[in-house]
Design a protein around this ligand. Structure first.
Ligand code: ATP
Ligand code: MG
Length: 253
């Protein structure tokens, strides 16, 4: 089967900062790949390259999509428009796809309801909390039913309870739709719950230093959080990551 996404020998520098790579990454159709790594190691840069928003300095990125549905990206800083209402923000990708207004409104409202924001359709983002704004960004990305979903720490700003609920929702959703997903997170729990694979990146310049497949068959639910296998893998990943975080702090100090 053809890879949905293939990065080969990717690097990115910004001036004298070597931000990323070299990095190779192949994602199969329907696969959910999570990336964890220390702050500043190039995770957002990797995602922006895959979204076509940043050019790699060297290397290539191939994305294979079957139909005109776009890859949808959820940004670390939300990326929602303050001058549009919540409903218009969620409808944004559907408007670009020229989905008829009535259907677009219905789909957007459906996603707002799922995100617990039904009462805020006509509000402006400035009236929302950070977590609510992030849910608007999630609703906007999922409303287009993207073929490839690129998510940059989408749940980072949410409280622990809501974060758990949305993890479980995303798990159920992607297992139904088999949406190919590249998901960046700081949270090892999140990566293990959601991922078919978890990639651990080194301190900057970010390279993939380890890859794990959480030993949980699909469809799975959030109940796996309570298993010994989950705790064991989390410990293993943290041992890897801890060294990289320390290395980064030593360099910064
Ligand atoms: N547009 C840019 N111009 C200059 N430097 C940049 C730019 N974007 C990223 N960088 C630098 O590249 C490095 C990687 O940044 P990036 O945002 O990809 O890290 P990250 O892993 O997403 O970090 P975090 O976990 O804190 O979000 C950092 O040193 C950052 O300062
Ligand atoms: Mg980032």
């Amino acid at each position: 089967m053809h890879a949905k996404l293939r990065a080969t020998d990717l690097t990115r520098t910004f001036g004298t900062t070597h931000a990323l790579g070299p990095l190779d990454l192949t994602i199969a159709p329907g696969e959910f790949v999570c990336v964890v790594g220390p702050s500043g190691c190039g995770k957002s840069t990797l995602l922006r390259i895959t979204a076509g928003l940043t050019r790699p300095s060297t290397g290539t990125l191939e994305i294979r999509t079957a139909d005109p549905r776009p890859a949808a990206m959820i940004f670390q800083d939300y990326g929602i428009y303050d001058w549009k209402t919540v409903l218009a923000n969620v409808r944004f990708g559907l408007d670009i796809q020229k989905v008829p207004r009535r259907e677009a409104n219905a789909r957007a409202r459906d996603w707002l309801t799922r995100m617990g924001l039904a009462d805020f359709a006509d509000a402006y983002p400035s009236a929302l909390s950070g977590g609510m704004r992030q849910r608007v960004a999630i609703a906007r990305a999922l409303a287009v039913e993207p073929e490839i979903l690129l998510m940059d720490e989408p749940f980072a700003a949410l409280d622990a309870q809501l974060r758990t609920i949305l993890q479980d929702e995303l798990l159920a959703l992607t297992q139904t739709t088999r949406t190919t997903t590249l998901f960046i997170t700081h949270s090892l729990e999140e990566a293990i719950v959601l991922g078919d694979r978890v990639l651990v990146m080194s301190a900057r310049p970010g390279r993939v230093i380890a890859e794990h497949r959480p030993p949980f068959s699909r469809p799975r639910t959030g109940d796996i959080r309570d298993t010994p296998e989950f705790t064991a893998l989390k410990g293993e990943l943290w041992d890897l990551l801890r060294g990289e975080v320390h290395q980064d702090r030593a360099v910064a100090a």
